[in-house]
Ligand binder design. Sequence first.
Ligand code: SAM
Length: 223
Amino acid sequence: MDNEWLRRWREGRIGFHRDAVHPALAEYWPTLGAVEAGKVLVPLCGKSLDMRWLADRGHPVLGIELARDAVEQFVAEGHGAVSRYRQGVFEVYRQGSVEVWCGDFFHFHVEQALELQAFYDRAALIALPPATRQRYAFHLAQLLPPGARGLLVSLTHGDGPERGPPYSVGADEVERLFASNFELERLTVTPPDERGWREQVWSLVRRGPGREGPNGRIRVASE
Ligand SMILES: C[S@@+](CC[C@H](N)C(=O)[O-])C[C@H]1O[C@@H](n2cnc3c(N)ncnc32)[C@H](O)[C@@H]1O
């Protein structure tokens, strides 16, 4: 799977990349209540312009991306000086207040994640095959302190659960993956596009250890 991503970037097969900020980010991020100027983790970030949008709103951003081609394109298409340095197995590219850690998300450890206060997942969960998604949700939870808030943009399609990326990840699975560690609220579901794809936008808040209340309490916006 990993080599397939590197190949995709090398060959420019990056249909998932958007030339504009994702509308859900612009609409829902301001409603999340994320700490002002808090550092935002963007797992599996590609060269998403959403990172610049977050940085422009005062958030330091920490993206993690496997493909060096993606990271180099991101900084080449941005403005400002780029510094590069090594952090363990990662090569970090810093431009303004965005740093992109080039390497495998699953190798990023909690000691490296000390200042994180929020996260943004657009097309990260749905990029991963079924067997890896539980590991992703658990790893994400380990990296975030109690109270950290995030936005998750998931997607459903009618091609079956094994078909992807993007994989179809519906509400049942999002709840199963995240509810033990996060308070979840589904904010909206978009109407199907011409391929029958629908995006689901979720707000997540990292639960604290020993927190009271029923694990897995969920509010779900109607479709
Ligand atoms: C579907 S793309 C989404 C990119 C970005 N979030 C966006 O909205 O454009 C998924 C990205 O995850 C990267 N990726 C896949 N597995 C990864 C891993 N284990 N660690 C870090 N990045 C990974 C791929 O190279 C690809 O750029």
